[in-house]
Design a protein around this ligand. Structure first.
Ligand code: ARG
Length: 571
């Protein structure tokens, strides 16, 4: 962890000059352009500005107290007063050698493990999981994996939508029009059909609305028949969700659905009333946010006029349960950007209600997936794309490519490669863009072997692995990295930044940092592989290069694993 060590030294040097400075703010970052050096420190300028000091003078003074000769061949003052650090080759080599020895650790497990609840995926019962749920599932899973690797205690909870007014209509449909055979073949499609059927009838006939309302009330009051229909709908839906999670390699520690919180809803509202957080307004219980400009015009209802609870009430009970059960440092919600207002309201209400807790609440939101026409991605016939169909198509398309490229591989192997490449491509396409922007879904782009795609990275990994099929490499025998050629040095420098990248992913909840890092890594490796013969090199050179290959393979494999993508040894 050279970066941390340098950071400590510069903090000490800063305190020697400015004893009252906030040393923790003095951090170093990788240089944008490696020709300026490996790391850069901008923080002294802010310290100088706050104290009305000349920033270049402060940099000069700190530099005079700074001892980083162990790692840096030089440190320069640049621009308005930042510092550029140039690592020595020896320091880079030593750091990578020790990363290779010490369980391949390029990062340090956190000294401050946090308990983090991640609420993600959260599809709704009796409805197909659609393409919108894919982003939540893939992003949430990647964040869980990354935080766990860094040593945090992660608890994943799938907050499925298993309660709500839709069950009135669904039960009416179930009782009047259920087709058992269709239910056995595709339960969710059949439930969807029933819902649409009753919904259409409601438009034409008010008595249907009335019967849906009655069925809902009966369900809420614990009617045995309705409860058992409701339970069957949950079990059937969960089965289909589980198939998809199995394919995606995603698992949850808990699946407390919304209904789990029903017994608590009344007391949540009473609590809020007792603390003067809610006010009655037109018969409903409402929270107003007069002190928060962005929410001033958006009061939140926590109890409807008919006494019923809603999404907000349930989410309040959910936070309280999580607080009581796991005492987390943080709860992270991964959903669509359209729920931003909901979470702003929710977090504000919770802060007033439990003003003494330090627990952080984060809404990690994302944009939409668009079709070529710039509108939300739909099937040709204009319906929302079902996740299961999407995954099937990804595997089929990948299979065609594999068959063309490798016609001689056994069919079994072709299918397995296609599965990994197809699912990997979908996941990667989803994680690569800045999560808050919308992105255009394109099969051709995500499955391309060239460019920033999963197939490209998986292919790069197979190229590294192919070297190890030709030569036996014993890690413990390798003693030194030589880093003579510019391509070797560039690859080594990039490898060294891996730890910092995954820390940034975890801090900002942005897997795209890791995607771009791995893409650059594959590029550095390609240039190295072209410019520096491995198998034909002299013995010591060969061992050094094999170690670089080995570390590259490790980082590619682990990085892809964090993105939820499996690797293949051949493609
Ligand atoms: N079921 C919701 C939906 O499909 C997402 C739930 C997100 N989690 C939460 N605690 N509100 O939109």
């Amino acid at each position: 962890m050279i970066r941390r060590q340098i950071e400590q030294r510069i903090q000490t040097a800063t305190l020697a000059i400015l004893p009252d400075a906030d040393a923790a703010s003095v951090l170093i970052r990788p240089c944008q352009d490696s020709k300026f050096g490996d790391y850069q420190c901008n923080a002294l300028m802010a310290l100088a500005k706050a104290r009305k000091l000349n920033p270049r003078q402060l940099a000069t003074d700190v530099l005079a107290k700074l001892d980083v000769a162990e790692w840096c061949e030089r440190v320069e003052i640049a621009g308005a007063g930042f510092l550029n650090f140039h690592l020595s080759k020896a320091a880079i080599a030593t750091a990578l050698q020790s990363a290779a020895r010490d369980e391949y650790r390029f990062f340090r497990k956190t000294d401050h493990p946090r308990t983090i609840v991640i609420d993600f995926s959260s599809p709704n019962i009796a409805k197909p999981m659609h393409i919108g749920h894919i982003r939540s599932t893939i992003l949430g899973d990647c964040l869980a994996r990354t935080l766990r690797l860094l040593g945090h205690r992660v608890i994943t909870d799938n907050h499925i939508g298993d309660w709500g007014t839709q069950f009135g209509k669904l039960i009416v449909g179930w009782k009047t029009d259920l087709n058992r055979t269709a239910l056995d073949t595709d339960a969710i499609a059949e439930m969807e059909r029933l819902y649409k059927l009753v919904n259409a009838r409601c438009d034409a006939d008010p008595t249907v609305i009335e019967s849906a309302r009655k069925e809902l009330v009966n369900l809420q009051e614990g009617d045995a028949d309705n409860l058992s229909i409701w339970r069957e709908m949950i079990a059937l839906s969960q089965k289909q969700f589980d198939t998809i999670y199995g394919r995606l390699g995603v698992r949850f520690d808990h699946t407390y659905g919304e209904s789990f919180y029903n017994p608590r809803l009344k007391s949540v509202v009473e609590d809020l009333r007792a603390s003067d957080i809610v006010r009655e307004s037109e018969g409903a219980q409402v929270v107003f946010f007069d002190d928060i400009p962005s929410l001033k015009d958006h009061p939140a209802i926590v109890q409807k006029r008919d006494g019923g609870a809603n999404y907000t009430t349930t989410d309040l009970a959910t936070i309280e349960f999580r607080l009581r059960t796991w005492g987390p440092d943080e709860v992270v919600y991964v959903t669509d950007g359209r729920q931003q207002l909901h979470f702003q309201q929710l977090f504000s209400i919770f802060r007033r209600w439990h003003s003494n807790t330090q627990m952080r609440l984060a809404h990690v939101w994302f944009g939409s997936i668009l079709g070529d026409d710039g509108k939300p991605f739909k099937t040709r016939s204009g319906e929302t794309v079902k996740l299961a169909d999407l995954l099937d198509e990804a595997e089929e398309r990948a299979l065609k490519a594999v068959q063309e490229k490798n016609p001689d591989l056994p069919q079994e192997t072709q299918r397995e490669i296609a599965r990994i490449v197809g699912l990997g491509a979908v996941k990667y396409a989803d994680l690569l863009p800045n999560r808050q922007s919308d992105y255009v879904f394109s099969w051709d782009k995500m499955l391309a072997l060239q460019g920033n795609t999963a197939p490209y990275l998986l292919y790069a990994y197979t190229r590294v692995q192919s070297i190890f099929r030709k030569v036996e490499f014993v890690r413990s025998q390798t003693s030194s990295l030589q880093l003579a050629a510019p391509e070797e040095l560039a690859l080594a420098r990039h490898l060294l930044n891996y730890g910092m990248v995954i820390e940034a992913v975890a801090e900002e909840y942005r897997p795209n940092y890791l995607c771009n890092y791995l893409y650059e890594l594959a590029g550095h490796f390609a240039r190295f592989y072209e410019g520096c013969p491995v198998l034909k090199a002299s013995e010591s050179e060969r061992d050094s290069r094999l170690l670089l290959c080995h570390l590259t393979a490790h980082v590619l494999r682990q990085g892809l694993e964090l993105l939820g993508i499996e690797v293949v040894d051949q493609m």
